[in-house]
Ligand binder design. Structure first.
Ligand code: GAR
Length: 208
């Protein structure tokens, strides 16, 4: 089954680009119906337009609080009638309408529940991993709930932290992992093989 996506982002959009490339190569059974940014002028919007994908901004900073922002954001999302909402470096808190439960997916650049939560995004994550002295990091794809980086985990994959890593070199290694596991999770969802029981996610038929 081919899925209709809306992608939410706040920045450069390398995560979006990976999804676009894989769809264009026929590796992902999906179509990106629209891209919505919470920040004006970011390069992720430009990436969408270059591929003929409608791209709009719902600027978080112009709203007094998360609730007002979410009210408009979900209206924009609904226009595209997505099956799934994919977060791709989206930095604002979501309040999910009930009909979107288990239909919003995020990729986080660490092994949840370590190095996640409010303020833990992008480079802050890799700086925190290095400051703590962790020996492994990695990426997590999970369903989104009402808390930052919190919903049921679909897939995780680890990578080493090396002695001479900087936040940049670690980010590069972790993002390579993200680029592999996000499409895998999407494929499982498209194949109808993802079963959620509380926090536990089972992949029917195995993880191949
Ligand atoms: C990605 O590494 C993504 O995992 C992370 O932000 C980066 C976005 O890069 N997301 C989070 O930290 C969410 N908590 P991009 O803007 O180039 O796609």
């Amino acid at each position: 089954m081919s899925l209709r996506f809306v992608v939410l982002l706040s920045g450069g959009g390398t995560t979006l680009q990976n999804l676009i490339d894989r769809i264009e190569r026929g590796e992902l059974p999906a179509r990106i119906e629209g891209v919505i940014s919470s920040r004006a002028g970011v390069f992720g919007l430009e990436r969408a337009r270059r591929h003929g994908i409608p791209a709009v901004t719902v600027p978080r900073r112009q709203y007094p609080d998360d609730h007002a922002f979410n009210a408009d954001l979900w209206k924009e999302i609904a226009v595209f009638q997505p099956d799934l909402v994919m977060l791709a470096g989206f930095m604002s808190l979501l309040h999910l309408p009930p009909e979107y439960t288990l239909r919003v997916v995020n990729v986080h650049p660490a092994l949840i529940p370590a190095f996640c939560g409010k303020g833990m995004y992008g480079h802050h994550v890799h700086e925190a991993v290095l400051a703590y002295g962790a020996k492994i990091s990695g990426a997590t794809v999970h369903f989104v709930d009402e808390q930052y980086d919190h919903g049921p985990i679909i897939i995780q994959r680890a990578c080493p932290v090396l002695d001479d890593d900087t936040p940049d070199t670690l980010a590069e290694r972790v993002q390579a992992v993200e680029r592999e596991i996000y499409p895998v999770a999407i494929r499982w969802i498209a194949e109808g093989r993802v079963q959620v029981e509380g926090r536990r996610v089972r992949i029917l038929g195995g993880t191949e």
